[in-house]
Design a protein around this ligand. Structure first.
Ligand code: FES
Ligand code: FES
Length: 166
């Protein structure tokens, strides 16, 4: 019989608990146990980046991480990027403005990745943007609008600096 673990972590600012076997993936914990289906699962092999969430602010592939290893940490999923009143974050606004998505399946991973990228590098060059999103695959957009979205998000964030909306 598989051992079940009590897992306590903070998700999108809220303390959450779940009981799960040691082999439970973080992506499955988020989607199935906590009901946060915004985190998408594509390849389940660490290749596509769809499942990217932020762990203590750093992007991680939730399909490669065991849920138990996230215990005690802070996870931010795409559901946690908007403001508490539902106002989209600057990164989300930029993707909408610049049509940075088509089917949207890859979008949660991109939004998390880009949020972390712009925290680290607020005014990235085109090469830094390309490098920053190189771990995320999109089958629809050809990336042009995604790249434009990242630059637009940087502008929006620069404009909102000091307003606490990052
Ligand atoms: S589902 Fe995790 S990287 Fe593809
Ligand atoms: S928008 Fe469809 S996979 Fe990226």
């Amino acid at each position: 019989m598989e051992e079940i673990h009590d897992i306590a972590l903070t998700v999108n600012g809220t303390p959450r608990t779940a009981r799960a076997p040691a082999r439970r993936l973080l992506s499955d914990l988020l989607r199935h146990d906590l009901g946060l289906t915004g985190t998408h699962v594509g390849c389940e092999h660490g290749v596509c980046g769809c499942c990217t969430v932020l762990l203590d602010g750093e992007p991680v592939r939730s399909c490669l991480m065991l849920a138990v290893t996230a215990a005690g940490h802070e996870v931010t999923t795409v559901e946690g990027l908007a403001g508490t009143d539902g106002t989209p974050s600057p990164v989300q606004r930029a993707f909408r403005e610049c049509h940075g998505l088509q089917c949207g399946f890859c979008t949660p991973g991109f939004l998390c990745t880009v949020t972390a990228l712009l925290r680290e590098t607020p005014r990235p060059t085109r090469d830094q943007v390309l490098e920053g999103i190189s771990g995320n695959l999109c089958r629809c957009t050809g990336y042009q609008n995604i790249v434009a979205s990242v630059h637009r998000a940087a502008e929006l964030l620069a404009g909102s600096a000091g307003e606490g909306t990052a």
